[in-house]
Design a protein around this ligand. Sequence first.
Ligand code: CUA
Length: 338
Amino acid sequence: MPLRLRLLVCLLWCSVWLSADPMHAVGNMFRPLGTPAELVSELSILTLIICAAVFLIVAALIAYAVIRFGYREGDSRSEPPQVYGSNQVEIAWTVVPILIVFVLSMSTARITSAIQDQKMPKDAVTITVVGHQWWWEFRYTDLKITTANEIHVPLSTDAQRKLTFLTLKSADVAHGFWVPQLAGKTDVIPNRTNTMWIDPKETGVYLGNCSEYCGTQHAKMELRVVVDTPEDFNKWVAAQQQPAGTPASPENQQAFLRSACIGCHTIRGTPAMGPLGPDLSHLMSRQTIAATEVPLTAASLRDWIKDPQRLKPGNKMPTIPLSDAQLDAMVAYLTTLH
Ligand code: CUA
């Protein structure tokens, strides 16, 4: 490879690694940061090595046969002598694949049960995940917190293991919960409850997505797992458990409470108790809106409320006719919900 090309490849790799931290990007499956993901990764590498060995042996034998026995100038054009049956060869290509399948299926069974047999410790954080078209609802039932699209979980270290157990349900169609660096995919299926667990080993933001086609905006059904130190996690929990703060301007709050928005959204401590859309009690503690599509700012929030169908056509949030003054008042109120 010419030097310049080698440098380019090196730069590309470096940028991939650098950009992966502290935002743990989707798809970086070669850098697992949780026990279930590590186990899955080990199994994938074992499978990859066996398959690569089979490929290399077969490819080498084909290349050898082509070169060694190919037609040469002066060879006779007649059919070569045909050989039928060889017990040794037949036994070899029956036994070897059986052994390979045995090794792979046993390793898969071992890793599947190692992940599934994990007992839930008493101090585990438990979250009920509900998949909706097209956003994620997260309920920390024990802690009495409800949030959307972004979960906070504590860091797990060797000295202080902290597990988070997820119970997965769907409100409508089949979805899939997948944060590649933390664990394998788990289906989220209507009328069925699935479970999984995670133990993130580095703080930071892990990106995840819906891994099961669930309608037009499936691709815009992403999620974030924010991994905090145990102290920061406790602070976050304490803040989330508070009811929404008293607004500086009651008029702005009224603009929201008089709108149709309260039919779907909840803001704890106010008459807004709609159960259908994301809980907005601590909206501004989240980094993004629209299932992580856009960073959450006053401007993006205003755009979103003005016409939710522009950014995410087909989503269940209707466009409500609002004057500019109403819109401004509503955004001014919502941006106080820390
Ligand atoms: Cu939800 Cu795809």
